[in-house]
Design a protein around this ligand. Structure first.
Ligand code: 9UX
Length: 72
């Protein structure tokens, strides 16, 4: 199955930041698609909730050096 969530990401200052976060998210098992927008500070993530949790998505962003919170 597939689900979409959005995260607010703090701390990005350039396009490479956004690309690094996308790469990090895409490396998580169960993530099918990840788009990070610098201008809006938002990430849109398509994932299988049977394979990956919100917390793992947040951790993937934080491991690449940025803060993330779920957008309700
Ligand atoms: Mo370049 Mo963006 O080091 O933080 S990746 S500014």
């Amino acid at each position: 199955s597939n689900q979409v969530c959005r995260l607010r990401i703090r701390g990005m200052t350039c396009t490479s930041c956004a690309n690094a976060i996308e790469t990090s998210l895409l490396g998580v098992r169960g993530v099918n698609k990840a788009q990070v927008a610098l201008a809006t500070e938002e990430a849109e993530i398509h994932y299988d909730p049977k394979l990956v949790s919100y917390n793992e998505l947040l951790e993937a962003v934080e491991d690449s050096g940025f803060e993330a919170v779920l957008i309700a």
